[in-house]
Design a protein around this ligand. Structure first.
Ligand code: ZN
Length: 421
């Protein structure tokens, strides 16, 4: 819960009236060589109110405006805050301030266990307008409580704007409260320090027992001239000796310098995150460039391999075409061979048949010759002529057949060779 009543300060008027008037002497010769922390504060003052509240079981309405003198005293006290912060922090913290006198009356207040206060929700619209996130480290809302009884002077330890702005509320009360004693602006410093205390405690810096309200138990006293500023001085400079811890507590200078305020820490954390992201970006960019170079190198190799592959594919295609062509020629030659083989076989058969016929004729001729020479007297001249004629006819028939088939075979072979070519 962003608003915790344990963090609420009840800077009661009765306590102010009961404190002692003593002083502490402060002197610091330390040189502040660390970066300055600057708190930007805003006073949002509501001089007019128009609110409904419950008092004694009765619902009441209060509508009124504070006097100009009261308004002037409040603004004058607030103007002293810058000096207090700078002086009491030993120069570790500087402060700037702005004042907005809200022209419209405060319309809503929220109940507390004892009294009322303008919660951040009650003044949300004005906070959005006057104190957007990232603008101020500390915002003070001062309101005119008129007849509304309160048991507090100021309330602190509350945060707004996603916990980057300290939110404090201070009631106007009457004029004398603002000039009763202490340093001008002390109540503003006190309420702001509640938020500061929480901020640095959460960062791990040990605080004195009792926190910001632990002045008395550590031996500090209030004085009319200086109020509680001696306590705040040691508190803001990390010089409160804590016997239970055996060490100094509070907020040391280096803590102010390193973290400053929730708003500054948020901005510095943001810058660190940006620096980290930029560092990671640069690292990734280098890796990217390295990978890109590797990619370009691999791409060149790939293109080279792709060209070689293309050449191989072209060679394969040419070889494949040659193989196809050879296969086709082989098929054609085989067909030619088969045809020639068939022609050869036919011619051979014809030759064999012809030679058989020739042998038969030759045998017949031989037989006739033998018959002639063995029975020469029995063969007349007419028979001799018949035999010779038959022999010549057979020889003519044989030679003519051979020539015809030889010519036919040769022509077919030439036709096949020409077609293959
Ligand atoms: Zn307090």
């Amino acid at each position: 819960m962003w608003f915790n009543l344990n963090h609420v300060c009840y800077f009661s008027i009765t306590i102010i009236l009961s404190i002692f008037f003593t002083t502490h002497v402060y002197a610091s010769s330390e040189e502040n060589t660390l970066p300055k922390c600057v708190y930007h504060s805003l006073l949002l003052i509501y001089p007019s109110v128009d609110v409904t509240y419950i008092d004694g079981g009765y619902v009441k309405r209060f509508s009124g405006t504070m006097s100009d003198n009261l308004l002037s005293k409040i603004i004058s006290a607030y103007a002293g805050l810058d000096l207090l912060i700078s002086e009491l922090s030993g120069g570790a913290v500087e402060s700037t301030h702005e004042i907005v006198v809200v022209p419209k009356p405060l319309k809503k207040i929220s109940p507390l266990p004892y009294g009322y206060w303008p919660s951040p929700e009650d003044v949300m619209e004005d906070l959005k307008y006057y104190a957007p996130p990232g603008t101020y480290d500390s915002v003070f809302v001062v309101w005119y409580n008129g007849p509304i009884n309160l048991n507090y002077f100021g309330l602190g330890g509350v945060f707004i704007n996603n916990k980057t702005t300290i939110y404090s509320v201070i009631a106007s009360h009457e004029e004398w409260v603002w000039t009763y004693g202490g340093r001008p602006g002390e109540v503003f410093l006190h309420e702001m320090l509640h938020g500061v205390e929480i901020f640095f405690s959460e960062l791990g810096y040990p605080m004195p027992e009792g926190g910001l309200h632990g002045g008395e138990i550590h031996g500090y006293v209030w004085s009319y001239e200086n109020g509680w500023t001696e306590w705040y001085r040691d508190f803001m400079q990390g010089r409160v000796w804590e016997p239970k811890l055996g060490r100094y507590t509070g907020i040391p200078k280096e803590a102010w310098s390193e973290h400053c305020s929730p708003r500054v820490k948020m901005i510095r954390d943001f810058h660190k995150e940006i620096s980290k992201i930029m560092s990671e970006y640069n690292s990734l960019n280098q890796e990217y460039n390295s990978l890109r170079n590797n990619y370009n190198s691999l791409n060149q190799e790939y293109n080279s391999l792709r060209n070689n592959y293309t050449r191989l594919i072209n060679s394969c295609n040419l070889i494949s075409q040659e193989v196809s062509k050879i296969i086709d020629e082989h098929k054609s030659l085989k067909n030619s061979y088969d045809i020639l083989k068939q022609e050869y076989d036919e011619f051979k058969n014809f030759c064999d048949s012809l030679f058989n016929s020739c042998n038969i004729s030759s045998n017949n001729y031989t037989s006739l010759i033998n018959i002639r020479y063995s029975g020469v007297n029995q063969v007349s001249g007419k028979e001799k002529n018949i035999y010779n004629f038959m022999l010549i006819f057979l020889l003519f028939f044989l030679v003519t057949g051979i020539l015809i088939f030889f010519m036919k075979f040769r022509n077919q072979r030439q036709e096949l060779i020409s077609s293959n070519i």
